[in-house]
Design a protein around this ligand. Structure first.
Ligand code: UDP
Length: 402
């Protein structure tokens, strides 16, 4: 099990000292996080590391996962999409399934904790089914810059019951919500199997196991098969790249999250669109959930793409930067917090596929630029987006709340 002690030498000593110093004020406080998936996507990725480390420092922190019928997840995925700007038909039946599922979960979930932290829209209405005896926080990881108004007005009545809303970017603050907001950027665990150092032999053997040849340069996007990650747009831009640079291959790696029912459908569309390039071995699609594989793929790639149309924060970008990789990404959501254009990667309009292709080709042909970006990107992550910073942000917050 990774502990705070393992962070010595990675982050500054002062950071570790601060963590221990503040922890004594939080002893005997019980905190619980509730979200709706244990795997796939950034929230599960973060909680799986964050919670054990909190317990290691001495904060009593638990993790509950909300379950529900497929209908519930189909509806909450629509809510997710609408919070990122899609239209939605907010029918009576959708509201009913949403509420009933939360009510049902509440009947077998006791919450005697001192602080309750609810992640994203799925468990948001849980607050309706408890007598509020402690502070409740809603932590929304989604890009809320232009939420669908009808849905927002519906969800607002739950959000207003909360004591605090945490988002990843100042642009996500909604002016019509008279509630305290806090901005907390997500973070990665540099020591997890997904991010730890791997030898070239280890990388080779993982790639071999998954039949990923390394005779050509790899260009990779790691992301759920989700329309906001635009995997179909990645295929389009790869076709342009391929005309200018034959010696490269595209890998799209996207495992399926248990709370994301649209993944399979989008995967099939991508498969169809890329069929001839898949056949020729120029595009490889992967749906396996494996942290070693993600780690090895990111490390083996010459360029990492993140062509999102919306992106709450984008941990895949953080992970790639930490591995010293050149990233070509959309200038949306939390991505520009991580990449400075022309310094630690390239940022583009998500619809500028020619621009994406040009930058990718440039990096494939100019290793020194790619390396320079990698060094700058890794240092930026070390200073701002490692798990110790996230722990400190939450501990300071809890200290203020108790
Ligand atoms: N991820 C993964 N396997 C995949 C696709 C994604 O392990 O096939 C992980 C990825 O490494 C990252 C998280 O899922 O840790 C995605 O987080 P991000 O913030 O980029 O996007 P989200 O999926 O939360 O929208």
């Amino acid at each position: 099990m990774i502990t705070i002690q393992n962070y010595y030498g990675i982050v500054e000593d002062a950071v570790i000292h601060k963590l221990y110093n503040i922890s004594k004020k939080l002893i005997n406080k019980r905190v619980v996080h509730i979200n709706s998936t244990y795997v796939g996507g950034g929230v599960a990725e973060m909680l799986s590391t964050f919670i054990p480390l909190m317990n290691d420092i001495g904060v009593d922190m638990e993790w509950r996962i909300q379950y529900g019928v497929p209908d519930f997840f189909a509806i909450t995925k629509k809510f997710h999409n609408a919070l990122q700007g899609d239209s939605i038909s907010l029918s009576e039946i959708k509201r009913k399934v949403y509420l009933l599922s939360n009510e049902r979960f509440s009947t077998f979930t006791r919450l005697p904790h001192d602080l309750i932290i609810i992640h994203d829209p799925q468990p948001l209405p849980l607050i309706n089914y408890y007598v509020k005896k402690q502070p409740w926080i809603w932590r929304c990881h989604i890009d809320l810059s232009h939420p669908n108004k009808e849905l927002w007005n519906y969800l607002k009545k739950f959000i207003l019951k909360y004591d605090l809303v945490i988002v990843s970017h100042p642009n996500y603050i909604q002016k019509d919500l008279p509630i305290n907001y806090k901005i907390i950027n997500p973070a990665i665990n540099p020591l997890s199997t997904k991010n730890m150092d791997l030898s070239s032999k280890e990388i080779e053997s993982v790639l071999q196991k998954y039949n990923i040849p390394t005779d050509k340069k790899l260009i990779t996007q790691i992301s759920r098969f989700d329309k906001w990650k635009d995997p179909e747009g990645v295929i389009d831009l790869f076709k342009i790249v391929k005309q200018k640079c034959k010696e490269c291959r595209l890998v799209l790696c996207g495992s399926m999250a248990t709370d994301d029912p649209e993944g399979i459908e989008i995967y099939k569309r991508v498969q169809k669109k890329a069929s001839s390039l898949i056949e020729s071995g120029d595009i490889i699609l992967i749906t396996v959930e494996n942290n070693y594989l993600v780690n090895a793929l990111q490390r083996a790639s010459s360029v990492i793409i993140q062509k999102s149309i919306k992106e709450g924060f984008g941990l895949t970008v953080t992970e790639a930067l930490w591995k010293g990789k050149a990233v070509v990404a959309s200038n949306v959501g939390g991505i520009p917090l991580q990449i400075t254009d022309g310094v630690s990667g390239y940022l583009l309009d998500p619809y500028d596929i020619d621009g994406f292709a040009d930058r990718i080709v440039h990096l494939l042909q100019n290793e020194s630029t790619a390396n320079k970006f990698g060094i700058a990107g890794k240092e930026h992550v070390r200073k701002n987006f490692l798990m110790t910073r996230l722990l400190l942000d939450y501990m300071n917050l809890m200290n203020d709340m108790f």
